[in-house]
Design a protein around this ligand. Structure first.
Ligand code: SF4
Ligand code: SF4
Length: 453
């Protein structure tokens, strides 16, 4: 009865009421730095909002989140079901000894304890959680999507990460270096910001500081610094030009979107990047933003609004599909090897776009072989949430597990729509299927309109 009561109240006062009636709400809630009363993240169970606490108590321990969690399956020390149960233990006070389910991999049950007003991650001794449990999460939202009680695991994990990063400066492994780079150079790898356009040196791309207005702003993302992703960007440019789209880029004025800083808990750096990008965008006139990076897509579409940046944003597959549907693009039939498609978490579960990539591949004459875990049940590649940066070890690597899903289809090519997915899947050692962005596949299948004429 306790769950029925807590569950009813949790659903009645859910912090993301937009999720009811099929709606979607996936942007993180901002910290308000001018509010002196608001803690910088969550240190103690009592610092969660009252409706988050109700949510934890509503957990019926069905284990559906655990079954879907890529970090748990990889043997990293995270289990979303136990994490929620640990928050319940913290709320009541006591130890986790009575927990009867699967532990965090590698961490025996009964050694952790907490109370409402004690640090969840103890500064000394054993607390309720170990920090590496929080840093194992890829923020893929598979747990949230599966949870019958609509519990928001990712919000809770990022709230606790905010405390570790902002109050304690304890972002692990390369986290601190990435944040320092973002602060110093506006990109996570510390590249010279003036080299952001090097990938397009021969393409004569229109730059907004010159042209001032355009129909489509092509948001390059930090993939502009990466030689592998530059191939996807160049393919996208070829497609936009074939459809005679009026587009331009921000050039060296573009900065990192702030996605990784925010997922690592550095809300201050995220807000600084977001506000400066918004100020830059405000100088120019454009109708839509198009990007081949689902992380930038999500942040620009769903998270900049809290800071005054309201934009119409499309993932490149959605936009190319629109061009196809309006007769601006045609494709010759694909003659290559068999193809499967990997849904990126930040395109699918975060933004509900499952159809456009599939429609496009079909329009190019490709008969997709679907993986067992696809669509909203797609398994994460391991690249989100700063997980490759915090790099918490497990028994196996998440991209290897995803590649095994891919291999089971016997497909020779895996189509992707995300620079992170490309990097993670291409990091799997050969022999393995070829990894190609959908733009790369389509750019080779374009019908040359002039030749046709
Ligand atoms: S968001 Fe993904 S990785 Fe994180 S706890 Fe949920 S299922 Fe696991
Ligand atoms: S899916 Fe939801 S209700 Fe089920 S165990 Fe996980 S958090 Fe609890």
């Amino acid at each position: 009865m306790k769950h029925a009561f807590a569950g009813a109240l949790h659903l009645a006062f859910h912090r993301r009421a937009e999720r009811f009636n099929g709606g979607r709400s996936t942007g993180l809630k901002p910290l308000h730095f001018d509010d002196q009363q608001q803690p910088l993240g969550v240190e103690k169970p009592s610092e969660f909002t009252w409706n988050q606490l109700l949510g934890f108590d509503a957990c019926v321990q069905c284990g559906r989140c655990e079954a879907m969690c890529p970090a748990f399956a990889a043997g990293q020390p995270l289990n979303p079901k136990k994490l929620i149960q640990d928050m319940v233990v913290g709320l009541a006070g006591g130890s986790d000894a009575a927990y009867a389910g699967s532990p965090y991999p590698g961490k025996p049950v009964g050694e952790h304890q907490g109370s409402p007003f004690a640090s969840i991650i103890a500064r000394e001794g054993q607390g309720l959680l170990d920090a590496e449990t929080l840093w194992s999460c890829t923020t893929c939202r598979a747990c949230v999507e599966e949870c019958p009680m609509m519990i928001e695991h990712v919000d809770a994990i990022v709230d606790m990460r905010r405390h570790l990063t902002l109050e304690r400066g304890q972002t692990p492994n390369k986290g601190a270096e990435v944040i320092d780079n973002l602060i110093a150079t506006d990109n996570p790898n510390g590249f010279n910001p003036a080299s952001r356009m090097n990938w397009a040196a021969d393409l004569s791309l229109p730059v907004l500081s010159d042209v001032k207005r355009t129909d489509v702003l092509l948001w390059m993302g930090d993939g502009a610094f990466d030689m592998r992703n530059q191939r996807s960007l160049r393919a996208l440019v070829k497609i936009l030009r074939a459809a005679k789209v009026d587009f331009a880029v921000l050039g060296n004025e573009e900065r990192d979107s702030g996605d990784v800083a925010r997922r690592l808990g550095d809300e201050a750096t995220f807000q600084s990047l977001a506000k400066r990008n918004i100020a830059t965008l405000a100088q120019y006139s454009f109708r839509t933003i198009v990007t081949c990076d689902p992380h930038s897509f999500h942040v620009l579409k769903n998270e900049y609004g809290d800071f005054g940046g309201q934009y119409v944003v499309y993932h490149h597959t959605t936009y190319i599909n629109h061009l196809r549907q309006t007769g601006k693009l045609k494709f010759t039939p694909y003659k290559g090897g068999s193809v499967t498609y990997h849904d990126p978490c930040y395109l699918g579960r975060y933004n509900g776009e499952y159809d456009a990539p599939r429609d496009l591949l079909k329009a190019a004459g490709i008969q997709l072989i679907e993986m067992e875990r696809s669509g909203f049940r797609s398994r994460c590649c391991g690249g989100g949430g700063g997980a490759p940066i915090t790099d918490i070890p497990g028994k196996q690597r998440i991209p290897d597990m995803r590649m095994e899903d891919i291999r089971q289809t016997s497909a020779e090519v895996v189509a992707v729509g995300c620079p992170q997915c490309t990097a993670m899947l291409e990091g799997v050692v050969d022999p393995r299927p070829e990894v190609l962005d959908i733009a790369e596949i389509l750019a080779k299948q374009l019908v040359d309109p002039e030749a046709t004429a």
